[in-house]
Design a protein around this ligand. Structure first.
Ligand SMILES: [Zn+2]
Length: 346
């Protein structure tokens, strides 16, 4: 018989807003590994929170070994704003006059664009730090102790802008588990600097534990990637020997080794001829660009090498120099289909 313990804590922002962060600890019928599932750190990323809230019901009625620590909405005030972080010291009314555009993705009404350097409102840079920064830092400190510190595997759920979801992985030891999740492309994440060291995907994979980050493909909205997320969690539990289920991969899983970008040489509309992560041969057409002042195809974007089609640009209009798409050199980690379990974690 599984048991569910609700875990919640009240927090107060710099200007006195009080709110609750809630999660739960679901214990299976027998002892076993601990899996931590965290979502909703960034306020414009809503698919992960919905997947995790869905999973609570399933986990309560599924026989498994071990413990699942689950927090779907790590950053409630940011999620409520549909904004990346909760700017607790700033004038929130600025956001009433801010219209997000996915095509000006990097614009920030507070002048805190990512390119301008560290922004310590960003919850996913505040994990496991000596200095507690703001209410977001207090939340990460609490979540770390209650949910993450004892977890054999932590999966941190985010969303970016792409056609398909992907995984960021920091630690080689976590790669076999990341491959079991079932998302097609795993991008190795480089060694972090002092600021990005506070990333949960990185921190949770230190100390001999494992961690990685799932990026669903749509921000500020919903996209039907719920089953991908839920099957990924089932696969991770099977890989950890928490269940006897087989690992189901609907697509082959690739580790990205390197990429060759293909750039636009003209302005125009992009018509893609290949899907993300589809195999492509050198010389094959990946996209066409049609003119804005003609009815002609002005550029054929051919693959410069054999490989797998990479992420598309999020821009709708090509301009000379824009990286429209890339061809990835990949290593196949697992074929599509049902798989036996991965080895037990050391
Ligand atoms: Zn995020």
């Amino acid at each position: 018989m599984n048991s569910t313990e609700t875990i919640s804590k009240s927090f107060t922002s710099a200007k006195g807003r009080t709110f609750t962060v809630a999660g739960c600890r679901i214990k299976g019928s027998q002892p076993g590994p601990t899996l931590a599932l965290i979502a909703g750190q960034h306020g414009m990323e809503h698919i992960g929170p919905v997947v995790l809230k869905d999973m609570i019901r399933e986990l309560q009625t599924t026989d498994f070994r071990g413990t699942v620590n689950l927090c779907p909405c790590a950053n409630p005030p940011a999620l409520e704003l549909d904004f990346e972080y909760y700017p607790e010291n700033e004038d929130l009314s600025v956001l009433d006059r801010h219209f997000y555009s996915r095509f000006r993705h990097d614009y920030c009404p507070y002048g805190m664009e990512r390119a301008k350097g560290p922004n310590y409102y960003n919850m996913n840079r505040l994990w496991n730090r000596d200095t507690i920064r703001g209410v977001a830092g207090q939340i990460t400190q609490w979540l770390w102790h209650e949910f993450v510190a004892t977890a054999d595997l932590t999966i941190d759920f985010h969303c970016l802008q792409a056609e398909k979801p992907l995984i960021y992985n920091w630690h080689r030891d976590s790669l076999p588990l990341a491959a079991c999740f079932g998302i097609q492309a795993i991008y190795p994440h480089g060694a972090p600097d002092e600021f990005s060291m506070g990333n949960l995907g990185y921190q949770s994979g230190t100390r001999g534990h494992n961690g990685f980050c799932v990026e669903f493909s749509c921000q500020h909205a919903y996209k039907d990637e719920y089953e991908t997320g839920k099957q990924g969690i089932r696969n991770a539990m099977a890989a950890l020997h928490m269940t006897d289920a087989r690992i189901r991969l609907t697509e082959p899983v690739y580790e990205v080794i390197s990429s060759v970008p293909v750039k636009a040489t003209v302005a125009g509309h992009i018509h893609y001829r290949k899907d993300e992560y589809e195999p492509v041969r050198q010389g094959e057409t990946m996209f066409e660009i049609s003119g804005l002042e003609s009815v002609n195809v002005e550029q054929i974007g051919a693959a410069p090498v054999d490989g797998i089609v990479g992420r598309r640009t999020h821009m709708p209009i090509a301009k000379p120099g824009l990286e429209v798409i890339s061809v990835l050199n990949v290593r196949e980690l697992a074929a599509a289909g049902d798989h036996e379990k991965t080895p037990r974690l050391p």
